[in-house]
Ligand binder design. Sequence first.
Ligand code: GLU
Length: 329
Amino acid sequence: MSVKNKLSKVILSTAIGFATTMGSSVASADQSYVTIGTGGQTGVYYVVGQSMCRLINRATDDHGIKCTAPSTGGSVANINAIRQGQLDLGVAQSDWQYYALNGTKHESFIQQGKFEDLRALFSIHSEPFTVVARADSGVKTFDDLAGKRVNLNNPGSGTRGTMEVIMAEKGWTRDSFKLAAELKSSEQSQALCDNKLDVILSNVGHPSGIIKEATTSCDTKIIPVTGPEIDKLIAENDFYASAVIKGGLYKGNDTDVDTFGNAATMVTSSKVDADTAYQIVKSVFDNFERFKRLHPAFANLDPRKMISDGLSAPLHEGAVRYYKEKGWM
Ligand code: GLU
């Protein structure tokens, strides 16, 4: 991963002889660096990170924070990089936020145990689990994926993780597919339209570049994700809910499609200092109308819901300070 920047805050003041250092890289006086993990470059997470950095960096002269938001492998990779101190913040699916906190479901989370320092900042857009099939693949229902060439997505992505959760419910393994590919989200649409795959998957906000690329480059159908296993996942887990992908968003897909989904959330660690977390949420919510305009998936966001829905980890204390000042808690 090209994520090397750690949060580092160096306050040098010889007058009062005071110096604190967090992280390992050295920054110039009174400046700290924050790195936000996102996802593939054609996804919505990348826009979330870039948008936040844009708002944060507009006020660097005031708060001293500089922000970057590189492309990453997605939710699980972001959470693990935060845990290892390689990222300060990251976008993560609400299901993977929960599983990380509790040390469950993903091999890496089980090995490391509960991630007790995991902190939430806010939730963002909803992410319907989206299945796109080539029109000529014969795939009409989710069960039809068995025996087909399916991109499970790269290990480390939330999509891959959630697909594995569904596969476990359905009793499927990688052998259930003719091909179980592991392409990154940004590579899969072209592979679908080059007829190297029958089906691509993405837990993603809409409209999304990933789905737009696939649906405009070849004939596709968005496939419903429903059935008793999905009902069970929704019934047993607060972070899953039924969802609808609206008809008309994508070429060749004019009717609503039923599926289920999660929320995208912004997470960090309790090791990130409170003033930094405060300034980050302040940059977003003080400029909220501007933030909402940066992607259509943000259009209906409501700040009060963003700090209550879809969050399993405790809110970071710096974020709580800002939300209390606003009277939202
Ligand atoms: N939910 C996806 C993941 O965690 C990323 C979606 C996006 O990039 O917008 O892998």
